[in-house]
Design a binder for this molecule. Structure first.
Ligand SMILES: [Zn+2]
Length: 110
């Protein structure tokens, strides 16, 4: 919050915050739909805009140990998912620097 400048995305399909419809990610930056969040299905994205990041924390997941940060909508402050800072398992390294958005917290804005 406290950010007055927001980016607008363009493309085939844009996902936004389900609360305030701020643009968050475009379908072309989606890496995978096969993730699970805290509220069910979640998507992995390469690039997400208009978010603020929380403090890093350690989390044990079914795919191993990770350092993650919760991510929030920069306009309304809703929690949207998390960002992977670090993956400890070699097979999970591709997720580093990538973002999880929970499907339930997203809305199609275009
Ligand atoms: Zn929002």
């Amino acid at each position: 919050m406290g950010m007055s400048y927001r980016r607008y995305l363009s493309g085939e399909r844009i996902y936004g915050c389900s609360t305030c419809k701020t643009h968050l990610a475009a379908i072309h930056s989606m890496i995978s739909r096969a993730f699970n969040g805290q509220h069910g299905r979640a998507y992995l994205f390469d690039t997400v805009v208009n978010i603020t990041e929380g403090e890093p924390c350690e989390r044990a997941m079914t795919t191993g140990h990770h350092t993650v940060r919760d991510i929030y909508c920069c306009k309304c402050g809703s929690t949207l998912g998390w960002k992977y800072d670090k993956a400890y398992e070699q097979s999970q390294k591709y997720k580093e620097g990538k973002f999880i958005l929970e499907r339930r917290l997203l809305v199609d804005v275009q």
